[in-house]
Design a protein. Sequence first.
Length: 131
Amino acid sequence: REQARSDPEAMRHFVMLELVVAGRLMGEGKPEAALRPLELALRWSPDSSEVRLRLAIALRRAGQAARADAELERELGGRLASPNSHFLAGVALVEKGELRRGAEHLREAERSAPGRTQALKMLEEISSQSD
């Protein structure tokens, strides 16, 4: 890990490994356990919107709403560059209960990367909830 600090490629691999571990833990319904690898990934990649948004989702699912909101709002104050960042922001906002704002980000994810079935599915669910 020390070598990764001076090697950007190694650092990217380390961050990706931590994201894989966190994703597995989230998939197993263990958001509390996913916090550690996400916080490590954020320490190695502090400017990553995707890492910060994944952390916000894990924090909310772990019952740490105040921290989740702080991480989410920090990212939403900047410019989200990738379709995946918009998707993650949409998920985080929907889980926070902000359906309209969440839907805006999910629509942007779909516009930027047509065919994102996850974004379309969430938009359909939001639409059915507001009917």
